[in-house]
Write a protein that binds this ligand. Sequence first.
Ligand code: HEM
Length: 132
Amino acid sequence: MSDTELKAARPLSPHLQIYRPLLTMMMSILHRITGAALYFGTVLLAWWLIAAAAGPDYFAFVDGLAGSFLGRLVLFGYTWALMLHLLGGIRHFIWDFGRGLEHPGREILAQASLYGSFVLTLAIWVIAYIVR
Ligand code: HEM
């Protein structure tokens, strides 16, 4: 058997697609995706702060971008990613105490972080619009 044939005959580890999607699994994947997205959001936040230090004209330009419809959409997504990731982090903290790992606790925690992220995101935006 050639080297290539040997490689092809090798057993493969189960692919993600063969698993039935579960909320706990989805939340784990989302935690990693939001963590990666937060890097980009934080770069944007740093850009806004640097613009504030650079002077009024440049700040007006960057602030105008952030305040545009698209900018607000990105900021809304950033808020949601931050809230989901934050609650996911708290979920990990609870797990570190050996709690919330069994059924139904793990499902309750997964639902709480998902719905909690929606509630917190909306609350932040409602408060921001009220106080501005
Ligand atoms: C802008 C801020 C943040 C960034 C850029 C960020 C980024 C990331 C990334 C990329 C991961 C994925 C690591 C992986 O799965 O290999 C991660 C994991 C994690 N993050 Fe964050 N994070 C941020 C804020 C937070 C906050 C506020 C918390 C807690 C309240 C937190 C708690 C965690 C925990 C516990 C993990 C590990 C998850 C695991 O082991 O599966 N992070 N973070």
